[in-house]
Design a protein around this ligand. Structure first.
Ligand SMILES: NC(=O)c1ccc[n+]([C@@H]2O[C@H](COP(=O)([O-])OP(=O)(O)OC[C@H]3O[C@@H](n4cnc5c(N)ncnc54)[C@H](OP(=O)(O)O)[C@@H]3O)[C@@H](O)[C@H]2O)c1
Length: 376
């Protein structure tokens, strides 16, 4: 078929895109400000805490459950009867929390079924070790909640021991590796779910697939660039994963926005701004309010059906659930199928897995990862 000049122009335009256009950027900030100002109104129909459907038969892994939103997710799932695995880097803090929860819960029912496993997302070796230890149990996994994340506001650019920009590694690469390596357990737990705690900030994110570490100098690094790009990369990766998983595997992939939440995520802000942050509780959600969209995506019976619908409709993105627990559209850039596939390929290179790892794991074959115990 002959290439028309319009096709060529479109091609050049696509190649030249090295950031969000002004309109996209303004629209992105509009979403961020709108969420901050109106989240309490748009989510006013939700109860707090949100009642959960029966979860007694569920085994759920929650990353980053020592603080903020993750701590609330883990506590509420455990109090509703689920078996909860706190996947954390500070195991001592997690054990103390469990003790506290058990004490508070005593006399209200059976003891909570919560355990702790070590996971440091700044180390891909640690992710592989965690997944191997979990898969070795040969038990089912029903829900993986990739909650742990960082937003090192105002901090200089830092790199993990694996050589990746820290936001990219903690918020996208490590959860991606974890999700793929845990597929055998998620298949055993099918119907099962992967829930990624994402952010409204992805609306102002842009992923340069030739420079995911933001080191080329084409874009000036700021923590905002690091954070928003990592969250967008997570949606793009999740969208391709959602498409690649066959319906028969019964694994539903979602991203959620928790809203703007008062947690330790602001720990790197200057003290004076942190104080101001605490003075506006009307606008900002409590961690309990911020946990609702993830809990909804993890337990609501209609979510798998919705994911299935998106798959059959050939919709280019995975399910995105907003802070008011309604399905919504992620950013325009998140719909960029070509970039999403590049993000998918780059991610596999960076996490040291073969590009057909998902297909192999679905078939029950083993895959070798560049990271892991053999690197100790
Ligand atoms: N708060 C908000 O307004 C907001 C808005 C949108 C999205 N989110 C997202 O919500 C999620 C939870 O954040 P949060 O607000 O609850 O923040 P938070 O209170 O700082 O909690 C983050 C959790 O992630 C863990 N974590 C950080 N680095 C880790 C690593 N290398 N390995 C393992 N765990 C690690 C932390 O563990 P330690 O306690 O050991 O540091 C902590 O448990 C994040 O993905 C964040 O991007 C938050």
């Amino acid at each position: 078929m002959a290439t028309t000049s319009a096709d060529l122009k479109e091609e050049v335009k696509k190649k030249k895109k090295d950031g969000l256009g002004w309109i996209e950027w303004l629209r992105g900030w509009f979403y961020v400000v709108y969420e901050m100002l109106f989240q309490r109104i748009t989510a006013s129909h939700l109860l707090n805490p949100m009642p959960l459907p029966p979860v007694n038969d569920l085994t759920c892994i929650v990353t980053g459950s020592t603080s903020g939103i993750g701590r609330e997710i883990a506590r509420q799932l455990a109090e509703s009867g689920a078996h909860v695995v706190m996947a954390v880097r500070n195991t001592k803090a997690a054990k103390e929390l469990i003790q506290k929860w058990q004490n508070e819960w005593s006399g209200m029912g059976l003891p909570l079924n919560v355990e702790v496993m070590e996971l440091d997302l700044l180390s891909l070796d640690s992710v592989v070790r965690f997944s191997e230890a979990w898969n070795a149990r040969l038990g089912p996994l029903h829900v993986l909640i990739n909650n742990a994340g960082i937003f090192s506001i105002g901090e200089p650019q830092k790199f993990s021991q694996d050589g990746y920009e820290e936001h990219l590694q903690v918020n996208h690469l490590a959860p991606a590796l974890l999700s793929v390596l845990l597929l055998p357990s998620l298949i055993r737990g099918s119907p099962s779910r992967i829930v990624n705690v994402n952010s409204v900030m992805h609306y102002v994110g842009f992923v340069d697939t030739d420079d995911m570490n933001v080191v080329s100098g084409k874009r000036k690094y700021t923590s905002l660039v690091g954070y928003s790009s990592s969250k967008l990369a997570q949606i793009m990766f999740s969208s391709v994963l959602h498409k690649r998983l066959p319906a028969e595997a019964g694994i539903c992939v979602t991203c959620v926005s928790p809203g703007v939440v008062q947690t330790n995520v602001a720990r790197d802000l200057p003290r004076i701004i942190q104080a101001g942050y605490r003075l506006i509780p009307y606008f900002i959600f409590s961690p309990q309010e911020g946990s609702r969209s993830a809990l909804f995506a993890a337990t609501d019976p209609q979510v798998p059906e919705y994911c299935q619908l998106l798959k059959s409709d050939d919709f280019p993105v995975c399910a995105f659930i907003s802070q008011d627990c309604n399905p919504t559209n992620p950013s325009e850039e998140a719909h960029n199928v070509e970039t999403s596939h590049k993000v998918w390929e780059k991610t596999f290179e960076m996490i040291g897995l073969p590009s057909d790892a998902v297909e192999k794991l679905i078939e029950g074959e083993e895959v070798a990862c560049r990271y892991g115990a053999h690197n100790e």
